[in-house]
Design a protein around this ligand. Structure first.
Ligand code: CA
Length: 227
């Protein structure tokens, strides 16, 4: 049975989250302190870690676990939405993060994705989850807020490439290379057309995007966490 430790001192979050994780079939242990997480996490398959714990900072929990050689995947919960803290969190050895307030479905999807990644699945079987979009790559299916998207082959590949590098800007040339290979030399507008179709299917507005951002003079970025 997959064991998940939840380090969260706020019962209003810990209790429903613990119930939801249990419903998903995980064996859940809740710790209200950072020390409890440091002691308990190595016996678990995943640590869901709140940064604001009463006795120590969640970042120090992550650092301490990594410093003593523990590789348990860590999913950070944070109300500190600014990017600096998130980068620091990942530097401290965390594997992923979700900002509060979070949607339960998104958090559970991140938990599944992390556990799957740690199982060492081949890239062909991977699941990509960014915001409320989930791609089941091996099944060649994509979902937006739980609803299946009807994507063409190229749209699927384009979305996969963007989501695989979520949070990072990707150059137009790289995108064209990865999606079309040599086919695009004569079709410079192809990428823009596909981006536009993909945005339409995601309900994304190019002038106020939530998912696909234009990086001027460079390319595009799939946003992990729009404010
Ligand atoms: Ca807290």
């Amino acid at each position: 049975m997959t064991r998940v430790m939840l380090a969260e001192d706020d019962p209003a979050i810990a209790e429903p989250l613990s119930r939801a994780l249990t419903r998903e079939g995980y064996q859940v242990t809740v710790s209200g302190t950072g020390q409890g997480a440091v002691d308990g996490a190595p016996d678990n398959d995943l640590l869901v870690l709140d940064l604001g714990l009463p006795d120590m900072d969640g970042l120090d929990v992550a650092r301490e676990l990594r410093a003593s050689g523990h590789t348990v995947p860590i999913l950070i919960l944070t109300a500190r939405a600014d990017e600096v803290d998130l980068v620091v969190g990942l530097d401290a050895g965390a594997d992923d993060y979700v900002t509060k307030p979070f949607r339960l479905a998104e958090l559970l999807a991140r938990v599944r994705a992390l556990l799957r990644r740690m199982e060492g699945d081949t890239p062909n079987q991977e699941e990509l989850v960014v915001q409320d979009i989930r791609m089941d790559v091996s099944a060649h299916r994509a979902y937006h807020a739980g609803r299946e998207l009807d994507l063409t082959e190229k749209e699927f590949t384009l979305l996969k490439v963007l989501m695989s590098s979520a949070g990072k800007a990707i150059r137009r040339e790289s995108l064209m290379d990865m999606v079309w290979g040599a086919q695009t030399a004569s079709l410079p507008k192809t990428l823009d057309m596909h981006i536009s179709w993909l945005r339409h299917k995601l309900g994304d507005d190019a002038s106020a995007p939530r998912y696909i951002f234009t990086v001027r003079g460079m390319g595009f970025r799939f946003e992990t966490n729009p404010s």
